[in-house]
Write a protein that binds this ligand. Sequence first.
Ligand code: SAM
Length: 211
Amino acid sequence: MRLLGEIAGKRILELGCGSAPCARWLAGQGAHPVGLDLSMGMLSRGLAAMEQGGPGVPLIQAGAEDLPFADECFDLACSAFGAVPFVADSARVMREVARVLRPGGRWVFAVNHPMRWIFRDDPGPDGLEAVLPYFDRTPYTEFDGDGRCTYVEHHRTIGDRVREIVGAGLVLDDIVEPDWPEWLDREWGQWSPLRGQLFPGTAIFVSHKPE
Ligand SMILES: C[S@@+](CC[C@H](N)C(=O)[O-])C[C@H]1O[C@@H](n2cnc3c(N)ncnc32)[C@H](O)[C@@H]1O
């Protein structure tokens, strides 16, 4: 959120907001966020959370590939691990964000760091062995017992992400690769000090639309 710059009073689009913890936090800071997600299940959780108190945030059910907004109607856009890795055509998402941002507006999004792709999602020593080629863009998929696809995640290299951002007419300002904090000794999911001290878990792309 620090990378978004001044947020108070700004119209902010959050892509893949899930239950909208980020959008709700932004509203609490005086911003005017809109949360967008494909999943009504996740948005319903956001609505339920808002019923418990705190600022209300408009939530929109839609895909990030076709944003249901007018051109240049947001000052800022952000995403915390939402939407971008889950669409086949993430270049299109970049173009859509560029369209709805006003000139000068920032677009900041966080994804799992692309180099994580080559390792198993294991916080222990097994997660230190490279098992997949970094260059293989075949999506990761999961299926239920009836053969229905229940999860798809798409891999892009750092270069792919840079080309998609620049190809949308945006200016790439930074790629932030946060260090594992020294004080953090907790393990959860694929995250652990063992892996986090050796290579980055997150890549945050910071870009803006030219004036
Ligand atoms: C890992 S969750 C992150 C949720 C939220 N940003 C957070 O930090 O709690 C990813 C979210 O992206 C959403 N998503 C996946 N594909 C999407 C798409 N094509 N358009 C919009 N949202 C999508 C999912 O429904 C899910 O809520």
